[in-house]
Design a protein around this ligand. Structure first.
Ligand SMILES: [Zn+2]
Length: 255
């Protein structure tokens, strides 16, 4: 059976057979893949910890007929800071679910960039931040941009006119900010202030220091978060379930 080495980041796992697990991973060479870990559910299995989501691995893979199988495995990072609170765990699950939804298996375009983006995000999410959603929102924006459908901020994404008087709304189906004239006729337009659109644009390009120290007004932050979520969910083509959980956890913590 031919083998190949790779690094990978575990996005999710599911049980298969009596003792096995299948992990959905992100690799820098091949994009999203599913790997079988034989015996991972047996008590005392060394592979058990390696199937945990947000774990980074160095693996040797044997090419199977339908699914590739992990034959050697070394854990290289566990990002334990992502498990210190329910909110952090929910945030990491949200990012993984979005990546899983947006990427197609065997599509290796942008694989290295997306892999590095997620590893960088997990590192940053372990650091204290004044606005925890900043890193998540920034990562989602960079992810869609890397995949070729980043939102537009400087021109109306519907009529292409410059947004000299400020944008009126944000529309996922149209591709970003929209002007006042167009906004009234767009069903999924989310009304946003120019400040909220500027915040989205800032998140898309800000460095690590800004992302951990930025603290926008609550309303602006909530609007930007809603617009970015609507944008990625539109492109994912399905409901991102962990977003609701994250929202509930954040709401509970703030009350
Ligand atoms: Zn317009």
């Amino acid at each position: 059976m031919p083998t190949y080495p790779t690094q990978c980041l575990v996005l999710s796992r599911r049980d298969i057979g009596e003792n096995d697990r299948c992990v959905t991973v992100l690799t820098p060479e091949f994009g999203k893949r599913n790997f079988v870990m034989r015996g991972a559910r047996r008590s005392g299995s060394k592979l058990s910890g390696a199937t945990e989501p947000f774990t980074r691995l160095k693996v040797l893979i044997a090419t199977g007929k339908s699914l590739d199988v992990v034959t050697q495995c070394e854990i290289t990072a566990v990002y334990s800071g992502l498990r210190t609170s329910v909110a952090d765990l929910a945030a990491a699950c949200y990012l993984c679910e979005v990546v899983d939804a947006l990427l197609h298996e065997h599509d290796d375009q942008s694989a290295a960039a997306v892999f590095n983006l997620m590893c960088h995000a997990f590192n940053l999410m372990q650091q204290p931040a004044l606005w925890p959603d900043a890193v998540i929102n920034a990562t989602l924006l960079r992810l869609v941009t890397e995949l070729g459908y980043g939102p537009r901020y400087d021109q109306c994404s519907c009529c292409d006119e410059p947004l000299d008087n400020g944008p009126a709304a944000f529309s996922a189906s149209n591709g970003g900010a929209v002007c006042r004239v167009c906004a009234s006729g767009i069903k999924d337009a989310i009304a946003l202030s120019a400040e909220a659109v500027s915040l989205i644009a800032l998140l898309a390009s800000a460095g690590a220091r800004t992302l951990t120290t930025i603290c926008p007004p609550e309303k602006q932050a909530a609007l930007a978060t809603s617009a970015i979520h609507a944008y990625v969910q539109f492109h994912a083509g399905r409901i991102i379930k962990s977003a609701e959980f994250l929202h509930a956890v954040r709401a509970g913590r703030e009350s």
